[in-house]
Design a protein around this ligand. Structure first.
Ligand SMILES: Nc1ncnc2c1ncn2[C@@H]1O[C@H](COP(=O)(O)OP(=O)(O)O)[C@@H](O)[C@H]1O
Ligand SMILES: [Mg+2]
Length: 258
């Protein structure tokens, strides 16, 4: 059954998203944001800030305690299958099959997503596009560097052709050139109209490519600002200032829009 989608809905939207884990940890506390088509939204924050929890809620890998993570207007915990069709995920530790070749991984994940009409040529083309050299298309993932595995991960996301893309620390552990190439690819996808949510520790890259930069700390979104409004300002200094000034007791209404 095809549920008609309201195209006015942002591809990604968190509404009062709250997650308390079973052991009592409040990992996410009333977080709200919206990411429009053609927007790259970067979440900065230290370890334990709640970035991965946020992403996992969009993927319905977790149930929210309160609030909703919506994909194209679909609450992911209420209609998980429908929501998952609309979102592609590239994880921090790309979980592809080590004994499969790059081509086999692409074919496997395309089929898993019910895309059965891609040809070998299509796979070669998308691997070319992400910058994996031809000699590695038939190489096994277990022999790949992290950067090469990331390329395969983003190739799979491209083939899924979903309106929303989630990335959990995509450039962690990449060398500077691989990180830069990866960001260029994200910029291309953004200009094709994808809504992209990326968690990162990398202030420099967030500032360079994101349309909106958010800072998360102790489960709260303590800043959301358009990158354009950061022009001429020192994001690192702003980040440090927020981290120093935020003791975790602020009310959600203190969320700042700089
Ligand atoms: N499965 C879990 N059970 C209990 N607490 C968790 C679990 N996963 C994460 N947490 C806690 O939730 C908080 C947010 O973690 P996480 O979302 O992984 O942060 P980040 O990705 O920003 O480093 C941390 O305090 C972390 O210890
Ligand atoms: Mg994380």
């Amino acid at each position: 059954m095809n549920t008609p989608l309201n195209t006015k809905q942002p591809p990604l939207e968190a509404i009062g998203l709250t997650k308390r884990y079973e052991d009592g940890v409040l990992a996410l506390d009333n977080v709200s944001f919206a990411i429009e088509a053609g927007q790259l939204f970067a979440i900065l924050g230290g370890n334990g800030a709640g970035k991965t929890t946020t992403i996992n809620l969009f993927l319905n890998l977790l149930e929210p305690t309160q609030g909703e993570a919506r994909v194209c207007g679909i609450p992911s915990h209420k209609q998980p299958l429908l929501a998952k069709e609309k979102v592609a995920f590239v994880s921090e530790n790309v979980t592809l099959y080590p004994n499969f070749t790059a081509l086999q991984n692409l074919d496997f994940f395309a089929r898993l997503g019910n895309k059965t009409d891609y040809t070998a040529d299509d796979y070669h083309r998308v691997l070319d596009r992400v910058g994996l050299e031809r000699e590695f298309h038939r190489g096994k993932l277990r022999d790949f560097s992290k950067g090469m595995r990331q390329k395969c991960g983003i190739a799979i996301a491209i083939l899924k052709d979903a309106p929303a893309i989630l990335l959990d620390e995509p450039t962690a552990g990449l060398d500077p050139k691989a990180g830069r190439d990866f960001m260029k690819l994200l910029e291309e996808l953004r200009s094709e109209g994808k809504a992209i949510l990326m968690s990162t520790h990398d202030i420099f890259r967030a500032r360079e490519v994101a349309d909106v930069v958010a800072i998360m700390d102790k489960g709260r979104m303590i800043m959301q600002t358009k990158a354009a409004d950061l022009a001429g300002r020192d994001l690192e200094a702003i980040y440090m200032q927020y981290m120093a000034g935020h003791n975790g007791d602020a009310s959600p209404s203190e969320t700042s829009y700089v």
